[in-house]
Design a protein around this ligand. Sequence first.
Ligand code: EPZ
Length: 427
Amino acid sequence: MDKFVVNGGKPLHGEVTISGAKNAAVAIIPAAILAEGPCIIENVPNISDVALLTRILHDMGASVRMINKSTLEINAKHLTSQPVPYDLARNMRASYYFLGALLGRFSKASVPMPGGCDFGVRPIDQHIKGFKLLGAQVELENGMVNVSAERLTGTQIYFDVVSVGATINVMLAAVKARGMTVIENAAKEPHIVDLANFLNSMGADIMGAGTDVIKIRGVEKLRPTTYTIIPDQIEAGTYMVLAAATKGDVMIKNVIPKHLEPITDKLMKMGVEVEEFDDSLHVRRPGELTGVNIRTMPHPGFPTDMQPQMTVLLALANNTSIVTEGVWDNRFRYVDELRRMGANIQVDGKVAVVEGKGSLTAAPVKATDLRAGAAMLIAALAANGESQIEDIYHIERGYEEIEEKLRALGADIRKISTPDKHMKKAL
Ligand code: EPZ
């Protein structure tokens, strides 16, 4: 298993360029199967989640090739609707986007029940509700979700909870359905808008993405397209926090500052300087950090995928802050690891009380999931001395070339491989 060895306590300086958004890419790549011809997708992040999705597509008969480091061509003309391979898909949450995409293209799909980061129960009842209202039958059998319909028909769907995944899956399924589908209480994340833009560039008729109500008028056919994925909001936010945690001074390039406003606002309240340009941000920490209270919420609220990283920063502040997790039931598992580094954090259900102590101490820790792994890296880079972070395969699921990017900012980080006694799964 690979781990990172970090010698922390050095301010990060310089420039970093943000990659394409993971959570947009993992929706857009399956969506490419809705066109029966070659789609070219640019600004694709080179991360293991993307590698896995393209492998699934390849195994299902699509032709997939990298045109260059970040441009992918997917031609799903000869794809057949067959079960999505169980061993590849079951550990990856986003593989469930094949449900909506295959249903949209072939009126049937068979996909393993999704896994992914462990934040407690992760139901898919809202996805199923949407598919059923569109006229599909849904069965759960031997670990697979089987969905099929004679013909999907547009309808009105009200989501009981705001769900990114259910909104995306219903958009994918409804795009070629007969008539109009209206999604109410839709998720509004930037990657929802990006997927809608991608589908519209293929000839879909989707209005309202980015608001609570999305209207999808079904079309007969979708054509091949060329599309550029938006920059990753969470990768950018992670480097913002890294600059702040290490008392650094970093220019973060290729960002959409509007997407980062909830993070920028909290950082500025903590005493971090953030200067906005058209597509970059300059983040600098001039002095001590002041704690703030944070409540995560669906977009445009503070993103849950930045909660662990911000909790590290709050642990480096000089007073007490309260972090309330408003999206997931159990997203504080990483706190035990942070305690090894001297953090004083009490968790009660969805609330964490962070008693900032101004610093953290180096320690051996592990990444318990993707963003928790990023949080451990931030903590290790802020703490004086050598920390080791195990289970970094979680981090590599969602951060392109993180070791290289950090080293270019002056971080002392290296990856080492250790024999794997237990043969843990890579995803
Ligand atoms: C997406 O997960 C992201 N993953 C997550 O990012 C992110 O944390 C989450 O949205 C919230 O922003 C991808 O885009 C691949 P949800 P998703 O459906 O779609 C409940 C990362 O670190 N719910 O919006 O699985 C659910 O339990 C990852 O990049 C239902 O009750 O999240 C949760 O409490 C981790 N029934 C809430 O809704 C459902 O049918 C939001 O979940 C679906 C969801």
